[in-house]
Write a protein that binds this ligand. Structure first.
Ligand code: SF4
Ligand code: SF4
Length: 280
């Protein structure tokens, strides 16, 4: 990937504004509060992409499983031309593009609102400079006519805003996942169309954490991968440990970064299966 801004990542944060790259120190005036005349306007016509940690927080807050959350509150979409699966918050109905969680008094899931809601009106850009092995974050501003928060005299830097909105924790946990998305996207054309199976696993590990947990605890998984009993117990009792393992698993499945040891017996059975298939 070169140092051009990845337009698809820009789209991820739903900006109609051509981005000008800004640093964390960039200062701007903004404040959103219930007395502002446009209060809730942005939540009544949404286009919000969700990250794995967004779903983890929301489904726990609502006391439902990740599968139930996905079915009730999200719609799938393709993040790129290769069909990489993403999910967005579902509109109330085809006729009403509002968020399910908006109420007259504001956001009903405010403490667990998604990353994109926390960032607005700031947008996050992931850029990889030429020759750099990793991406770096920079930012842009979204200025939409209906949003009157820009008229409020409350100057702060983007970094202060990120801290105020509690987005740093979200970015920290999602960082590895965003890197996986960027790497997969940039590698896509070079390695051909990704398999349906790899995208099924991407969806499972990224968005359906409870089902991924069942998959990890299954006999088939334990027969295939050599992990300690302690690791399995940690993943069963702490879903943040499971979420981090999900990113590690994706790197192994998608990019062959072998950090989860394979059971040699399973490997040999797999090789035998492949050989016998080739002979037939
Ligand atoms: S449109 Fe802007 S100021 Fe109005 S509620 Fe949304 S974020 Fe706040
Ligand atoms: S989750 Fe909350 S802040 Fe985000 S669009 Fe819905 S109501 Fe608005």
């Amino acid at each position: 990937m070169n140092d051009e801004i990845d337009d698809e990542i820009v789209e991820q944060y739903q900006s109609p504004v051509k981005p000008v790259e800004l640093s964390k120190d960039h200062k701007f005036s903004f404040r959103c509060h219930p007395e502002v005349a446009c209060f809730n306007a942005c939540c009544k016509n949404i286009d919000i992409q969700l990250t794995p940690y967004d779903i983890y927080q929301l489904k726990n807050h609502l006391g439902i499983s990740s599968a139930e959350f996905l079915a009730q509150y999200t719609v799938p979409f393709e993040m790129d031309s290769h069909g990489m699966p993403g999910v967005k918050l579902r509109h109330v109905s085809d006729e009403n593009p509002a968020c399910h969680f908006v109420r007259d008094e504001g956001c009903s899931v405010y403490t667990m609102r998604p990353t994109a809601c926390r960032y607005y009106p700031v947008g996050l850009l992931s850029i990889r400079k030429e020759g750099s092995p990793t991406d770096a974050d920079s930012f842009f501003m979204v200025k939409e006519a209906h949003c009157l928060g820009h008229n409020e005299a409350n100057e702060l830097s983007i970094e202060q805003y990120r801290i105020e909105q509690g987005v740093t924790e979200y970015d920290e946990i999602n960082r590895e996942w965003r890197q996986i998305v960027l790497k997969k996207r940039s590698a896509g054309p070079a390695i051909g169309k990704p398999s349906v199976r790899s995208y099924q696993l991407f969806f499972l590990a990224s968005y359906n954490l409870d089902s991924f947990g069942n998959f990890v605890q299954s006999e088939g998984f334990k027969d295939t991968y050599l992990l300690s009993d302690e690791t399995y117990t940690q993943m069963e009792t702490d879903q943040l440990v499971l979420l981090k393992f999900a990113f590690r698993f994706l790197k192994q499945v998608l990019f062959g970064e072998m950090t989860i040891p394979l059971n040699p017996e399973a490997e040999s059975k797999r090789s035998q299966r492949i050989q016998s298939t080739n002979v037939e």
